[in-house]
Design a protein around this ligand. Structure first.
Ligand code: ATP
Ligand code: MG
Length: 591
């Protein structure tokens, strides 16, 4: 199936932050880019200083930093100056409790202002922030508290009672639990400290702990799509990559109103939903509520969102609701739309152009990379289905695969794939936001590198113009009758069928072919499963894909997703084969 490239207008090219891709890549240097950081007075670097304190005393101080949309409908605005002061107060509270630099401070909070205040305050106190997704149940929370050895947890009374209280005895490291919703007259609910009162008793000024670029700032757990979540460690110096990539890949500019729909419990929601936009002085939208198509279109309009960063699942859900819903919506403030987290099917890129007025810019990165690495750019042609090209300062390559499907490593050396050849996507080590470890798993960390490259575990190919095309995770790739089949390609084609809303594709064991392509298909509302539709989708797949088309289709009401919105193919596979489901702590519970 051929999708026409989406070209940019001369105006789009002229206004973009990154205008000349090739020459910028040649000339870029992280050392030069570092001049854009402010640095702590007297030396050192701290994310919270770069995000908020550096704007104190500038015209930005009174500008809205955060517009918080409560689920109930009211809107709270915090200025940069207010965010700076409140996070100072939070840092005092930690220090008064005796929480010291390097200690892990876990956040188990919905998208509320306290979440932003707490992470900034914890960085000011020199602590390592461990963001947890607030919909996790007691077991995943206990697991992550235990693994991280967190000494402090910020949460709500309800979360505490439902998810933590019963496990407190088995978490000896956890000394303090601060709750955000205890009233000022309520200093102590159960075994917790009320944050409202504690914050009222401390000063507005706090000298930021002098952290250096290599001091840990974040411990982020991965999505658990392929197995047990891993804890990736990130340092304060990563903030340089946050800044550069948000300017280049999200095209953020002063005055922008920016909505990143990812929850700060995931790396996207923390890096681009908190840190990078604040550094760049834009206004951040934070919506407490869960996905709702009408609400989302209303937010884009009412908040006059100019840059929108979302995910393929969300876009697919909007597409499923049809084009009528946004027909009366004023999206004239929107300038740039980007997506991450999963492969973005070409259909969605083009839908964006038609319905939102802007093609969707896919970009690729991982918890481990700490920032966007490969992206479709504001000034460049989009090739629908491609993740784009590596950002300036990032060197990517495709490594030839060995028998296990990952990069072949012989005596510490690797081989490079030709243009068009599928191999493991790898990145030259040394960019500022590269993870510095898997928490407590040094061997796993060491195995992620070879010959100066970080091995991503994703398979991709690069075309002769340097655009990268995602094929699949090494674990998900299907080997059928000598073909190597990436599930994404098959899913994208199926989703172009008018009756298909979403598809998840796996290999199912077959004595002759090794594996057969099997598709789990969720139909659009109003379409019912029937033998006729089954035959039609099979035939559609065969016409488009030939030999790699699915041989078998299973209609399903819903596909299993991780809480960060990714199709969990390993679960489809385990269920298909009758095998144990493995770790499902990040499975969306509705599935
Ligand atoms: P785990 O490592 O625990 O299995 P995960 O890899 O899903 O979980 P994340 O770090 O949140 O955890 O996700 C990164 C992965 O998401 C990438 O390695 C890739 O497989 C997928 N991904 C991210 N962006 C894209 C994209 N634009 N296109 C295709 N895949 C993407
Ligand atoms: Mg991963």
């Amino acid at each position: 199936m051929r999708w026409e490239p989406v070209d940019k207008t001369p105006q789009e090219r002229a206004e973009a932050n990154l205008k000349a891709y090739e020459s910028s890549c040649r000339e870029f240097s992280w050392d030069v880019a570092r001049d854009a950081l402010d640095g702590l007075p007297g030396g050192g670097v701290n994310i919270a200083h770069e995000a908020v304190d550096r704007h104190r005393g500038t015209p930005l101080a009174d500008a809205p930093a955060l517009r918080w949309l409560a689920a109930a409908g009211d809107v709270t605005t915090l200025t940069y100056a207010e965010l700076a002061t409140l996070s100072n107060r939070f840092a005092h509270v930690l220090r008064d409790l005796g929480v010291r630099r390097g200690e892990r401070v876990c956040l188990l909070l919905g998208r509320t202002p306290e979440l932003y205040i707490a992470c900034l305050g914890a960085w000011k106190a020199g602590c390592v922030v461990v963001p947890l997704f607030s919909a996790f149940g007691p077991e995943p929370v206990r697991q992550r508290l235990e693994i991280s050895g967190a000494t402090t947890l910020i949460t709500t009374v309800d979360h505490y009672r439902r998810k933590i209280a019963a496990n407190r005895a088995v978490l000896p490291a956890l000394r303090h639990v601060l709750v955000t919703d205890a009233g000022i007259d309520d200093p102590q609910v159960d075994d917790t400290v009320g944050l409202t009162l504690a914050m009222a008793l401390v000063e507005d000024e706090f000298p930021i702990v002098r952290t250096g670029p290599e001091d840990p700032a974040l411990l982020h757990f991965t999505s658990g799509t392929t197995g047990m979540p891993k804890g990736a460690v990130h340092v304060h110096g990563a903030v340089l990559a946050h800044r550069v990539t948000a300017r280049y890949a999200l095209d953020l500019r002063p005055g922008d109103i920016f909505w990143c729909t990812a929850d700060p419990g995931w790396v996207t929601g923390m890096t681009y939903g908190v840190i990078a936009p604040l550094m760049l002085g834009v206004t951040l939208i934070s919506d407490e509520a869960e996905f709702d198509a009408q609400r989302w279109y209303d937010i884009l309009t009412a908040e006059r969102v100019s840059v929108w960063y979302t995910a393929p699942t969300a876009l697919r859900m909007l597409m499923r609701r049809g084009d009528e819903l946004p027909a009366g919506t004023d999206l004239s403030c929107l300038r740039f739309v980007a997506s991450v987290g999963e492969p973005l099917n070409p259909e969605a890129v083009v839908w964006g152009k038609r319905v939102l007025g802007h093609a969707v810019h896919d970009n690729w990165w991982q918890t481990e990379t700490g920032a966007i690495m490969i992206a479709n750019l504001a000034a460049e042609q989009i090739r629908p289905g491609s993740m784009g090209r590596p950002l300036p300062g990032i060197e990517a390559t495709i490594l030839r695969r060995g028998r296990d499907g990952r990069a072949a490593i012989t005596d510490g050396q690797v081989e490079y794939a030709q243009a068009g050849e599928v191999g493991e996507l790898a990145l030259r080590t040394g960019w500022p936001s590269m993870f510095r470890g898997y928490w407590n798993e040094p061997e796993k960390y060491a195995r992620a590198f070879a010959a100066g490259w970080y091995l991503s575990g994703d398979l991709a190919r690069r075309d002769s113009d340097g655009y990268y095309w995602f094929v699949g995770r090494a674990d998900d790739v299907i080997k059928s009758a000598g073909h190597l089949i990436g599930p994404f390609e098959v899913e994208s084609v199926l989703m172009a069928h008018p009756a298909v809303a979403e598809a998840g594709v796996i290999g199912t064991p077959d004595p002759v072919a090794g594996e057969l392509v099997k598709a789990f298909v969720q139909l659009r509302p109003g379409r019912d499963a029937s033998q006729e539709l089954y035959d039609d989708i099979i035939a559609f797949g065969r016409r488009q894909l030939g030999a790699v088309a699915p041989k078998q289709i299973v209609f399903t009401d819903a596909l299993p997703h991780t809480r960060s919105g990714k199709v969990m193919r390993r679960l489809l596979k385990a269920r298909d084969r009758g095998l144990p489901e493995g770790d499902i702590s990040t499975l969306e519970s509705a599935q």
